[in-house]
Ligand binder design. Structure first.
Ligand code: XMP
Length: 536
């Protein structure tokens, strides 16, 4: 499949570049900015596409490279640099913001700080050299771009020409006279950038000649092929967590492989939502699962979590126990050394510091990514994550393609560690029950008010504090529940859902009326960043 390689230097828009390219129907893969491009694209540079699957892995055919922006100044000592192989590659390269500044400095040009920074909408016009340039083909002579930079190219690198300038006379787009390299100072991936998608289209479809082969149908076909090659006759074991991702993964396995070889294991940690266990088992049975096992492990999880209130340690305890129970079950059921399949998404890998960018930090350890036991299996090549290139909305699209009902596909995301990371501080059975019930009321209220599908994710969080109240002339000292409701595209960033105040008040009343132990309800009005969606 023709693929554009995006090298990430830490820009907040890197993901967006990938999304826009996929919107053009072309697959895009993001790698750290210093990745060895030569090793990745290999001698296949500019050669015809190879077979779609080699040794069980989908092989991408790289046809172009995009360099992202960065929070760094290109001339900083600590600024991220590309691997030398980038400049040896013959593939077309498009540098965006930092990307073009980096190429400018690396080719003998000059970049310096602007006296007046350029932020937001700026008019850009083509220069005489830009009239016939393939990057700006079909664009009007002047258009509105979207800038976000404090540095600028002052003197273009050797062989580079300015093909567009901003209203402030600053180089806005550049092209190399003899090499297939281009750069833009503005951000064509941002929706406010007029002609942004046209510019990306000119690069990806026109210059790189990428065949628009990316579609969910094609992804499904290739993933299925890749799964079959990799797994062969071996059994596979999928850990079901109750969320959309593992259910879609389950459907994918059951459709692709011999259902006799597919073992599905659902561990009821006691940290699940109300009615979740029953629902999960019913859904998977309906999908044709032949080997579906449920382990009741509530007591073991609560025991392991007793006295622990540190968020990262709680995540690790839950993650490790998950894998330990899975290993015990494999032995008990007599499944030979099986591949472990997980519904890990791209965002899980990124948040766990395993995604793109060598400077990526661990925000929180998604238990299915960083658990030492999982890492050990991963190192042995025994972990398969068929959704790891997808974002949540793409997983939903895949679920629909696999014929899953809307009630499963459009369910809000639920984290692997479940209520364990929604009960701040120590987790106890009493707190799980209180939170489960409050959450159930909250979700029922959202559904009955027609709000559920307008919100990306909504849930209750139980705070480790109590507050004084009054009920029927008596003093109460109840728990405080925080409501979370966010809007998001992919979970990487999120905004606060702007409730009508009357809805919030009614939801609060419903929760406190139905649960005597909850004395107070508050609404979390934090976006991500700086907060995260979950509280722990
Ligand atoms: P945060 O809290 O990091 O969450 O903003 C982003 C999205 O990921 C979900 N989440 C998880 N999903 N395992 C998962 O599979 C995890 O450990 C985990 N932690 C958070 C979260 O619910 C949100 O949708």
């Amino acid at each position: 499949m023709d693929t554009i390689l995006i090298l990430d230097y830490g820009s907040q828009y890197t993901q967006l570049i990938g999304r826009r390219i996929r919107e053009l129907g072309v697959y895009a893969e993001i790698l750290p900015g210093d990745a060895d491009v030569g090793a990745k694209t290999g001698p296949a540079d500019l050669q015809a596409a190879g077979p779609a699957v080699v040794a069980g892995q989908v092989v991408s055919h790289y046809v172009g490279i995009v360099l992202s922006g960065s929070p760094f100044s290109a001339y900083d000592e600590a600024a991220p640099r590309p691997h030398p192989s980038l400049y040896e590659s013959r593939l077309p390269v498009l540098g965006i913001c930092y990307g073009i500044q980096r190429m400018t400095l690396d080719s003998g040009g000059q970049v310096s700080r602007l006296v007046e920074r350029e932020y937001g909408r700026k008019l850009v016009h083509k220069t005489s050299k830009g009239q016939a340039n393939s990057l700006l083909k079909g664009l009007p002579a002047e258009f509105s771009s979207w800038m976000s930079h404090g540095d600028s190219v002052v003197i273009p690198g050797n062989g580079w020409e300015i093909i567009a300038e901003s209203e402030g006379g600053i180089p806005a787009a550049l092209a190399h006279a003899s090499l297939p390299r281009w750069g833009v100072q503005f951000h064509p991936e941002v929706s406010h950038c007029e002609c942004g998608l046209d510019i990306l289209g000119n690069f990806v479809l026109g210059i790189c000649k990428a065949k628009p082969e990316w579609s969910m149908g094609a992804y499904l076909e290739q993933t299925a092929e890749s799964l079959k090659c990799r797994v062969g006759e071996s059994p596979v074991l999928l850990l079901i967590s109750g969320g959309v991702d593992s259910t879609v993964t389950g459907a994918l396995l059951l459709k692709t492989l011999d259902p006799e070889k597919v073992y599905l294991l659902y561990i009821d940690t006691g940290l699940m939502r109300a009615g979740e266990s029953e629902e999960v088992m019913e859904n998977l049975a309906r999908l044709g699962a032949r080997h579906l096992f449920k382990v009741d492990a509530e007591e073991r999880f609560l025991e392991a979590l007793r006295g622990e209130s540190d968020p990262e340690r709680k995540r690790r305890i839950i993650g490790d126990l998950f894998v330990r129970i899975q290993e015990e079950e494999v032995a008990r059921l007599g499944i030979p050394e099986a591949y472990l399949v997980q519904g890990t998404l791209y965002t899980d890998l990124i948040e766990s510091g395993k995604g793109v960018g060598n400077k990526a930090q661990t925000i929180k350890s998604h238990h299915n990514v960083r658990s030492p036991l999982i890492m050990e299996k991963r190192a042995k090549g025994l972990v398969i994550e068929p959704l790891d290139r997808l974002y949540k909305d793409e997983v939903r699209a895949l679920g629909r393609l696999l014929g899953l009902p809307e009630s499963i596909v459009s369910r809000h995301p639920f984290p692997g560690p479940g209520l364990g990371v929604r009960i701040l501080g120590e987790v106890t059975k009493e707190k799980c029950d209180i939170l489960r019930q409050a959450d159930q009321v909250y979700i029922e209220e959202l559904r009955s008010r027609g709000l559920y599908n307008k919100i990306w994710q909504a849930f209750c969080v139980l705070l480790p504090v109590r507050a004084v109240g009054v009920a029927g002339d008596e003093r109460t000292y109840g728990y405080v529940v925080a409501l979370r409701a966010v809007v998001s595209e992919d979970g990487m960033t999120a905004g606060v859902y702007p409730f009508d105040p009357a809805d919030l008040v009614a939801i609060s009343t419903a929760i406190t009326n139905r649960n005597q132990k909850v004395g107070r309800v508050v609404y979390d009005v934090s976006s991500k960043p700086p907060a995260t969606i979950e509280w722990e």
